[in-house]
Design a protein around this ligand. Structure first.
Ligand code: PLP
Length: 400
């Protein structure tokens, strides 16, 4: 009979996958659900990207590629990093994988020994702690404060580092907060990191171009060039180019670390899909109008959601600078009573109440390590967003 490895007992299935399953179940039972849980763009992959994939199939680019990607894709990644950050990476400093997610997992697997600590500022992307645990590391959650825009400060970083700390995970723009670290904030973190040479930084920049500040989110690798070999920049095409299903991510960093990731990849997947690589190359090297067109759409939805939620008593939405999520402080709902007599004890109860009472699906803040909050995604049409916000207002108004 099936006997799970000890490793499996240390991790949980992704809460966003669980939420998606619940929404599917309710929908198939005939309920109308306004789904604000999705973590992927609602836009279609740009046509020139699809055409590049079709052309690759027809040209016979259907075989294994080098472990670190096709030369064309590496060149396209190099161009993209030059464009967004002004950094020049050599071939030995670049690798690709089946999504940013796989690249992050392999980077942790390549570097963490049992008991090594990984600093994860909260609120965090749900997968980081589980990926660390799966690799026998110890996730160390660093609480952040509203006054600091839910970003880790130099002082908090300094106080969290021990002689077991191997990584700090920085995610900017952040999921779920949408917070972007400014160049000044990154520079002050760099000052701390210079005093702790053992600590590397995994800079998850998957949302870097979905930015409402007028420029891509700055990268620690560019702000502190002297630390460049201690910063692993991870990104991918999933979010910026609406390519979640193509599964293509990449990393840039120290050649020794990149080599270790390549070794692991050579023994797991060999390489990501050759067709997805051709598509990703087209996305990164081709016209960038898709980003220029979609970011204002996200911004309009963000503004509508923030305006609507701010008018609801008991909710404080945190206006994001990037990505497509809103992290909503729901402290004002906790302790209140639903029409059927249940007291809302925490954000898990809030999430269930919104789903049951008004059919709005969101994800509870406890999944992201900071409560009481819930996350809504605005990677969905404006109508769904405004209907959902008004339904949330009804649900809150019905509380006693
Ligand atoms: N990092 C963050 C913060 C994310 O939210 C996601 C996707 O949800 C990823 C990485 C991984 O994206 P992918 O594996 O599709 O490249």
């Amino acid at each position: 009979s099936f006997r799970a490895a000890e490793r499996l007992g240390r991790i949980n299935p992704s809460p966003s996958t669980a939420a998606a399953a619940r929404v599917r179940e309710l929908k198939s039972a005939g309920r109308r659900i306004l789904d604000l849980t999705v973590g992927e763009p609602d836009f279609d992959t740009p046509d020139h990207v699809k055409q590049a994939a079709i052309a690759a199939i027809q040209a016979g680019e259907t075989k294994y590629t080098p472990v670190n990607g096709t030369p064309r894709l590496r060149e396209a990644i190099r161009g993209s990093l030059r464009r967004t950050h002004g950094i020049e990476y050599s071939d030995a400093e670049l690798t690709v994988g089946g999504g940013g997610k796989q690249v992050i997992f392999l980077a942790l697997m390549a570097t963490i020994d049992a008991g090594d600590e990984v600093l994860i500022p909260a609120p965090y992307w749900v997968s980081y702690p589980d990926m660390v645990r799966a690799n026998e590391g110890t996730p160390v959650i660093v609480e952040t404060r509203e006054a600091a825009g839910y970003k880790v400060t130099a002082g908090e970083l300094d106080a969290s580092i021990t002689d077991r700390t191997t990584w700090l995970i920085l995610n900017s723009p952040g999921n779920p907060s949408g917070a972007i670290y400014t160049e000044a904030e990154l520079a002050s973190l760099a000052d701390v990191l210079r005093r702790h040479p053992r600590v590397s930084v995994l800079s998850d920049e998957i949302y870097s171009e979905i930015s409402f500040t007028g420029a891509p989110a700055p990268s620690l690798a560019a702000v502190a060039p002297d630390l460049r070999h201690r910063v692993l920049v991870v990104s991918g095409v999933s979010k910026s180019y609406a390519m979640t299903g193509w599964r293509l991510g990449y990393a840039a960093g120290d050649p020794a670390l990149i080599g270790a990731i390549n070794t692991l990849q050579s023994q797991t997947s060999s390489c990501p899909s050759s067709i997805s690589q051709a598509a990703a190359a087209a996305a990164l090297e081709g016209p960038q109008d898709f980003i220029a067109e979609t970011v204002p759409v996200y911004r309009e939805r963000r503004d509508a959601a923030v305006a609507g939620l701010s008018r609801i008593e008991g909710l404080t939405p945190l206006a994001p600078d990037g990505a497509f999520y809103l992290y909503v402080d729901c402290a004002g709902m906790i302790g209140r009573t639903t029409p059927d007599g249940r007291v809302l004890q925490g954000d898990q109860d809030v999430t269930l109440y919104l789903l049951d009472s008004v059919g709005v699906a969101v994800i509870q803040g406890s999944a992201y390590g900071q409560s009481p909050f819930f996350r809504i995604s605005f990677a969905t049409d404006l109508d769904t967003i405004t209907s959902a916000v008004s339904a949330i207002g009804d649900a809150v108004a019905a509380l006693r």
